[in-house]
Write a protein that binds this ligand. Structure first.
Ligand SMILES: [Zn+2]
Length: 74
């Protein structure tokens, strides 16, 4: 068990369908398994975001290349 830090509370509020606040009179601890799961959520979130950015850039570059080729040969 560890105390829920602000950093962990932010992740819980972002990824889970619950919302924590300092004055909700609920437990302020989280077990290690849930902490690890929450960190995995965070990694997946960031990975998805970064992958999407990379793919969007490639797509955009391909579009530009095709447009340039169209201009040259069309
Ligand atoms: Zn737990």
């Amino acid at each position: 068990m560890t105390v829920i830090t602000d950093n962990l509370a932010d992740k819980i509020n972002t990824y889970l369908p619950i919302s924590l606040s300092d004055d909700d009179c609920l437990p302020k601890n989280i077990c290690n398994t849930c902490t690890d799961t929450l960190k995995s959520f965070d990694s997946l979130y960031l990975l998805a975001q970064q992958s999407n950015e990379k793919l969007q850039k490639i797509l955009e570059k391909n579009r530009r290349d095709i447009e340039e080729e169209g201009g040259r040969f069309g």
